[in-house]
Design a protein around this ligand. Structure first.
Ligand code: SME
Length: 151
C-alpha cells in the first residue's frame, strides 16, 4: 500500500469544487479512487426523503445492484439514520451489512449534512483489510463539508 498525501488530494478536490464542473460529484469519485490506493469503489448515495431511502448517485467502480437502500439497512442506511461516519474495517464482522461483492473487505461511509440534517453520503469500499485510519475519516468529512450545498 502506498501512503496518501491527504492534504494534496484535498486541495485538488477544493479546486474542482471551485471550478464547479457539471459532473462535479462524479469527478470527485474518480479523483478519490485514482489518488487513494485503498479506495476501490467510491460513490454517493442521496436521500429521498419522501421514500425514506437512499438512491445511488454518481459512482466509480464495479456496478452495483444496490441502487436503492432503505434508511436503517446496511452500513449506508445506518449512516443515513445516525448522521455519523461509520468505519468498518472488516465487513465480515458486521451483521447489518449489504454485500457488494466478495472482494470488498472494508468500508467507510461519511455523511453529508445540510443545516445539521442528513442529505447524502459518500460510500467507499476497499479491497484491503483494515486500511482506514483517522486520517481517512477526517479527510472525507472535510470533502463532504465542501459538498453541503450540492444536494
Ligand atoms: N455495503 C453497503 C451497500 C452499498 S455498496 O457498498 C456499494 C452497505 O452495507 O450499506
Amino acid at each position: 500500500m502506498t501512503s496518501t498525501n491527504f492534504t494534496e488530494v484535498f486541495q485538488k478536490i477544493a479546486t474542482l469544487v471551485k471550478i464547479n464542473p457539471e459532473d462535479l460529484l462524479l469527478r470527485i469519485c474518480e479523483l478519490l479512487k485514482q489518488e487513494v490506493y485503498h479506495y476501490d469503489w467510491v460513490g454517493f448515495y442521496i436521500l429521498d426523503q419522501e421514500k425514506n431511502e437512499l438512491v445511488l448517485g454518481p459512482y466509480v467502480g464495479k456496478p452495483t445492484q444496490h441502487t436503492h437502500i432503505a434508511v436503517g439497512k446496511g452500513i449506508c442506511g445506518q449512516v443515513a439514520e445516525s448522521g455519523r461516519t461509520m468505519v468498518v474495517q472488516d465487513v465480515t464482522e458486521v451483521e447489518n451489512y449489504i454485500s457488494c461483492g466478495l472482494d470488498v473487505q472494508s468500508e467507510i461511509v461519511v455523511p453529508v449534512l445540510k443545516d445539521g440534517k442528513f442529505v447524502a453520503e459518500l460510500d467507499i469500499d476497499s479491497h484491503s483489510s483494515a486500511p482506514f485510519t483517522p486520517d481517512d475519516s477526517e479527510f472525507l468529512a472535510k470533502v463532504c463539508e465542501l459538498l453541503t450545498d450540492r444536494f
